[in-house]
Design a protein around this ligand. Structure first.
Ligand SMILES: NC(=O)c1ccc[n+]([C@@H]2O[C@H](COP(=O)([O-])OP(=O)(O)OC[C@H]3O[C@@H](n4cnc5c(N)ncnc54)[C@H](OP(=O)(O)O)[C@@H]3O)[C@@H](O)[C@H]2O)c1
Length: 503
């Protein structure tokens, strides 16, 4: 199936990428490989030619540089005259250990492991459209990760050669997703969607291998326990006198959270860009009974703004009990629409919707540790399952899940008593959401006032995740685990595509 096909493989100087190149060579493909180290790439190309590649060449450079990503695609155009398959496999240097608050490193990894994937896809798309080609995105385990993780994890790594072949088979058959080593990838994912607390426990206790052997008989009983054990109940007094930061509090859900918290007599520090709106929200909070309320205006697109906000809490309160991260940036000129290939806009949205969340958390952590406080992260259904017309937004919300769900593990393992609540929201009737999507999405949005209260309750009860509206979101999350293709088709049926104006 792949004989004579023109394929780019990124990150092909070592590990799985190198093995993919060898398999393609045996199949007689035309191969263009990339990575940073020229000497290694040279050797891989020589071996590919020995193994029978129709042709093999390399381009060396770093994916930290967006111009390089575009250069690779241009090279395919010039030397191969087109492209049938783009295999995105490279991964930037990562360290394995507790998160040390290095926000710059997160930014760099995002550039290499995510934005360059978007840039290459965007540049290669005209050629792939012409050939009715394929894009293969390799996620998770890579050789360097295995080496780093080997000392910590008990499970033996799977062979990269076999893994590379499975990736190619999945790609040639145009499969939607490939789960290599089904029992150790797909089953944990399923468990995450059905009983996330249990999965977290198993990951931390390194009991996954043993658990999978007795998975089927145990699942029924454990699910029953998970769903029917009574949650602790909420009362408004729980938050009286607490010191809370709410970001994105000038409108929508953030504004409503501020009003609820004011009624609960908390101390409030609100942020957003628009001073005039924040002023009004603060006035209303004081009328409603807030113990104190003030604001700082500024943009979370500005990397120094998180520090200004956290410093303000430190100066005026000398501590912090709850950090509610809720703001989102503007999705660009195309707004809610087909992805227009604007990588700069994706980077900007990542800065506002993700990096600033990491920065705020890092800066506020010493105060939150002292108060045994809580972090509340407002995310979306689009951060659990892909959503059409919101690709960049969806990516930022997936990033939040990856980062904060990992951090939660580290807190528990490191005995840091700071809770992390990830709020997965469906369609809510805020002005901005209704304006952006009501002409395209079918269905009635849920009320922002109730949504805001549920977020506060979940944070106060230190819940792991909130699903709101509960049944819609839980059903989507569950379907994502057990029947992703079915979910994809019903998701697409929710949208009136004809009402979209292409930009
Ligand atoms: N509404 C929904 O249907 C829905 C669904 C799923 C998830 N969510 C999530 O719920 C949260 C709130 O959404 P919402 O509908 O309430 O949104 P919203 O009404 O548009 O509020 C967004 C808030 O963020 C602020 N903001 C925008 N850009 C900013 C920037 N660059 N720096 C700092 N602050 C900025 C806005 O104020 P300024 O313009 O004054 O800066 C505003 O206060 C978001 O995390 C969103 O992803 C909402």
């Amino acid at each position: 199936m792949l004989k004579g096909k023109r394929v780019i493989v990124t990150g092909a100087s070592t590990g799985i990428g190198e093995q993919i190149a060898y398999h393609l060579a045996r199949m007689g493909s035309h191969i263009l490989i990339t990575a940073r180290t020229e000497a290694k790439l040279q050797k891989v190309v020589e071996r590919c030619l020995e193994l029978g590649a129709a042709s093999a060449r390399y381009v060396s450079g770093t994916m930290e540089d967006m111009a390089f990503a575009q250069h690779v695609v241009r090279e395919a155009h010039t030397s191969l005259g087109g492209l049938d398959m783009l295999i995105l496999n490279h991964v930037g240097a990562s360290y394995f250990g507790f998160f040390d608050g290095d926000v710059e490193h997160v930014r760099k990894l995002l550039e290499i492991n995510f934005l360059s994937y978007v840039a290459m896809t965007t540049s290669a798309l005209p050629m792939l459209k012409e050939s009715e080609g394929s894009i293969v995105v390799v996620s998770s385990m890579a050789e360097s990760a295995v080496r780093a993780a080997a000392e910590v994890l008990r499970e033996r790594p799977a062979p990269r050669d076999e893994c590379a072949l499975e990736i190619l088979k999945g790609a040639a058959l145009r499969r939607r997703e490939l789960y290599y080593r089904y029992s150790s990838t797909r089953l944990p994912l399923l468990l995450r969607d059905c009983a996330a607390d249990l999965l977290d426990y198993l990951v931390r206790s390194r009991g996954m291998g043993l658990f999978l052997k007795i998975f089927i008989p145990l699942l029924g009983g454990l699910l029953a326990f998970y769903f029917y054990s009574a949650p602790q109940s909420f009362n408004e007094g729980m938050l009286r006198g607490k010191r809370v930061i709410v970001t994105g509090a000038s409108s929508g859900i953030g504004e409503q959270m501020a009003y609820h918290l004011a009624r609960m007599e908390t101390h409030l520090l609100l942020t957003a860009r628009t001073e005039a709106k924040l002023q009004k929200v603060v006035e209303r909070c004081l009328e409603l009974g807030a113990a104190s309320a003030h604001y700082i205006s500024g943009s979370m697109e500005n990397p120094s703004f998180p520090e200004v906000v956290v410093k303000e809490a430190e100066t005026s309160w000398g501590g912090l009990d709850m950090l509610i991260l809720n703001h989102i940036g503007y999705s660009g000129s195309s707004g809610f629409n087909f992805f227009d290939g604007n990588v700069g806009q994706v980077r900007k949205l990542m800065e506002t919707n993700f990096i600033s969340y990491v920065a705020m958390t890092t800066l506020a952590l010493p105060m939150l540790k002292e108060s045994d406080g809580s972090i509340v992260v407002v995310s979306s259904m689009a951060g659990k399952a892909g959503s059409p017309f919101a690709a960049s937004y969806s990516a930022t919300k997936f990033a939040l899940d990856g980062f904060f769900s990992s951090l939660r593990h580290e807190f528990v393992m490191d005995k840091v008593n700071v809770s992390i609540t990830l709020c997965i929201l469906g369609y809510i009737n805020t002005e901005s959401a209704v304006r952006a999507v009501s002409h395209v999405i079918q269905g009635t949005p849920a009320p922002k006032e109730e949504c805001a209260l549920e977020i506060i309750k979940a944070g106060a009860l230190r819940q792991r995740e909130l699903h709101y509206p509960p049944w819609v979101v839980s059903a989507v999350v569950l379907l994502r685990g057990i029947a992703p293709e079915f979910l994809d088709s019903i998701t697409r049926s929710w949208y009136n595509v004809e009402n979209l104006r292409r930009s």
